[in-house]
Design a protein around this ligand. Structure first.
Ligand code: GRF
Length: 216
């Protein structure tokens, strides 16, 4: 069977991209990373893709007059590579409504909190200031509302006394690298069913969409 072609959008470091590339290298994996598109020419994520032999392109938001024009240029790159699923991997641009509508049901993001808590920026600072005992990450479909699309899966980690933004971020990031590839696999296997604002998972145990790590 043809593998699902994933187009990854990046702006920076690319550790989630690296985790997806590694997972897709398994010979029986039902997905492959077909292209990587960055809005930042110097993003280290582009080097990760190049080293893995994945086609890359840079579409700079600075070269486009408005958000929708930029979104259409990014979309054209994704289409050129036969993309079936778009995975945001640290992509730091806010879309116009056009983009999530164009890719509705085929556009996912990973966010480093247990949504709907702590949307937007400085997520770990928000979590520490709120005094929560548990945080984590969320993989969700992207809709025009920021960090608010239907949730597919989450991974939870403890917040430790003495945590800084950096220590909490690192603990969550280790879970991101497990959760994102897992969800991409489920999507490629056709297990993820979008039903309005909620997501169902076919043929998986009820607790499959929650990972929990007690590691410090
Ligand atoms: C991750 O923390 C992810 O949750 C958020 O942006 C960060 C990207 O990191 N959306 P990386 O580029 O994947 O290393």
């Amino acid at each position: 069977m043809a593998r699902l072609k994933v187009g990854a959008l990046v702006s920076g470091r690319g550790s989630n991209l690296a985790a997806l590339i590694k997972a897709c290298e398994a010979p029986d994996h039902p997905a492959e990373i077909g292209c990587v598109v960055s809005n930042v020419a110097t993003a280290p994520a582009l080097d990760i893709a190049t080293r893995a032999g994945i086609p890359t392109s840079v579409v700079s938001h600075r070269d486009h007059a408005d958000r929708e024009t930029f979104d259409r240029a990014v979309s054209a790159e994704l289409e050129r590579h036969g993309t079936g699923l778009v995975a945001l991997c640290g992509f730091m641009r806010i879309f116009s409504p056009w983009f999530p509508e164009r890719w509705a049901g085929r556009l996912i993001n990973i966010h480093p909190s247990l949504l709907p808590a702590f949307k937007g920026m400085h997520v770990h600072r928000q979590a520490l200031e709120a005094g929560v005992r548990v945080s984590g990450c969320t993989v969700h479909f992207v809709t025009p509302d920021l960090d608010a699309g239907p949730i597919i899966a989450q991974a939870a980690v403890p917040v430790m006394a003495g945590d800084s933004e950096e220590t909490l971020a690192a603990r969550i990031l280790r879970q991101e690298h497990l959760l994102y590839p897992l969800v991409v696999r489920w999507l490629a296997e056709g297990r993820v069913v979008l039903d309005g604002a909620r997501v169902g998972l076919k043929g998986l145990p009820p607790a499959a969409s929650l990972l929990f790590s007690g590691e410090p």
